[in-house]
Design a protein around this ligand. Structure first.
Ligand code: PLP
Length: 486
């Protein structure tokens, strides 16, 4: 029954059955395993966008019927995002942004923080939830216990020791590298006991798990949450900062202009109320509406079902990875504990640099993953246990324009529409690489750090030629041979 739901969902993924050309000849049906970066679009989301565009107009400012309709669906999107995180319209507010990074930066610029406050983050943060805080305070790092989890006891002591100086705890809900969950509600309770606020970077959590902004016990609430549509099947440039009104109340606008004011004279400005105060200029209505449509769809499918499906795939993935000789998984790697993490797994295959492994998966097997440092350089360097001298050597080369030896890993990340067959195809490809090596010759492009098969070129124009039908099948027709190497 459950698998039927996900089979149906899979048919709703835009571009799910594209063939891609292989450097070894022929083509293969594409397998997309880079969902932690951005997810593909779901058709109901696209349909909603198309219906919305029929009624598209500037919001809040026009007096025409279309403007009123557009204003209403934009405000409905706000309400849906509050529902998505288990909030309530009275205590919670939504500010739309372009992506998670912008949502966090906007908060960092808007919050009224004391002079040089202490800000506590985890060592596994994405740069987007670390660099903004470095600009506005003294960043301290939560301690990790053996196994890489946040050490709650030590964290609570640290929070207590920072006491009055601690303004904020900024934490990712789950690592975008190891897939590990963080105990966000426990840490929120500890932070609130000392008067600090909590922002959760939920970019990775949102497409996979129910979020509960209120927590399940007093003090466990989350003050701010940042999420992005492009990671939850709505890649139209929408993101949301959802926060408690009381925590946003003393925000100053980082950007000012149209939409942020009630009244302006030559020498006076009366600022608007929330959320307009923090949404300067014409917003990305389509981004907001599409994200809300994706949120609605995910709530309809239900996160219990999403988790069950993804845990099963994650278990299969980890079991398979562990059976490949010479493969190292970074972070937790117990398939029996797949329920304690996301389906995001980072690894390296002995004898092959991460950039070559990812290239082989792409060019020889039609499998899309990500490699590198995943915008969390310090955490990747920690996980790889790169010593200082080695790091400095590689850093000097990188800064001189040679990224050939940039440290990194390969990351595979699952979405709701992925299947056991796709996980198996990925594992078979890795097994074959481990046993036989690459099937074609690769060249390393040192400035970008990417490997490319010798003589292979993309034919993007042909891919987008619509041969009059609007159907992007030119690539399969051009390659002729539809054999799938798997
Ligand atoms: C945990 C986490 N935070 C923040 C970001 C940045 O998100 P965005 O690209 O929406 O700004 C990402 C993107 O990968 C992420 O994984």
């Amino acid at each position: 029954m459950l698998s039927q739901v996900f089979q149906k969902l899979r048919r709703q993924v835009v571009g799910i059955d594209h063939q891609v050309p292989l450097a070894t000849g022929g083509s293969a049906q594409y397998v997309f395993l880079d969902n932690a970066a951005s997810t593909p679009t779901l058709k109901p989301v696209l349909d909603k966008v198309q219906r919305t565009l029929e009624w598209y107009s500037s919001i809040h400012r026009g007096t025409g019927y279309k403007s009123n309709v557009a204003t209403e669906y934009y405000e409905q999107a706000r309400r849906k995002m509050i529902e998505f995180v288990g909030g309530d319209e009275k205590p919670h507010e939504v500010v739309f942004a372009g992506n998670t990074t912008e949502a966090i930066n906007r908060l960092a610029c808007c919050l009224s923080l004391p002079e040089n406050p202490a800000i506590l983050i985890s060592p596994m943060e994405h740069h987007s939830n670390e660099l903004p805080w470095r600009r506005f305070g003294e960043v301290h790092y939560l301690p990790l216990a053996a196994g890489g989890r946040i050490d709650i006891e030590a964290a609570e002591k640290m929070i207590a020791s920072l006491a009055d100086r601690l303004a904020l705890v900024a934490l990712t809900g789950a690592s975008n590298i190891t897939g590990q969950f963080n105990p966000i509600h426990q840490l929120a309770a500890a932070a609130h006991r000392h008067g600090a606020r909590v922002i959760i970077d939920a970019a990775q959590l949102a497409p996979h798990c129910a979020i509960n902004i209120e927590g399940s016990a007093p003090g466990e609430h989350l003050d701010f949450i940042a999420i992005a549509g492009h990671k939850m099947y709505a890649p139209f440039g929408g993101a949301a900062l959802i926060g408690r009104r009381e925590a946003l109340a003393d925000c100053r606008p980082a950007c000012v202009g149209g939409g942020t004011v009630k009244l302006v004279t030559r020498d006076r400005v009366v600022w608007a109320d929330l959320p307009g105060l923090l949404e300067a200029g014409t917003p990305n209505v389509v981004g907001a509406v599409s994200m809300a449509a994706a949120a609605e769809l995910l709530l309809e499918v239900g996160f219990d079902a999403v988790r069950e499906h993804e845990i099963e795939l994650t278990r299969r993935l980890i079991e398979g990875l562990r059976s490949i000789p010479g493969l190292t998984i970074y972070g937790p790697a117990d398939p029996a504990k797949a329920g304690e993490r996301l389906g995001v797994v980072a690894f390296n295959l002995e004898g092959y640099p991460h950039n070559l492994t990812a290239a082989v998966l792409s060019y020889e097997y039609g499998i899309g993953v990500r490699n590198g440092c995943f915008c969390a350089h310090p955490f990747v360097v920690d996980l790889l246990r790169i010593d200082e001298a080695d790091f400095e050597r590689r850093a000097a080369a990188m800064l001189a324009g040679d990224r050939g030896e940039v440290p990194g890993m390969v990351r595979v990340s699952l979405g709701i529409y992925n299947t056991a067959e796709e996980v198996d195809r990925f594992l078979d490809a890795l097994r074959r690489l481990a046993a036989e090596g690459p099937g074609v010759e690769y060249e390393l492009d040192r400035p970008s750090g990417a490997y490319h098969p010798r003589g292979f070129s993309f034919e993007i124009e042909r891919l987008f030629s619509t041969n009059g039908s609007g159907d992007h099948t030119a690539i399969t027709e051009a390659t002729g041979d539809r054999t799938t190497r798997a």
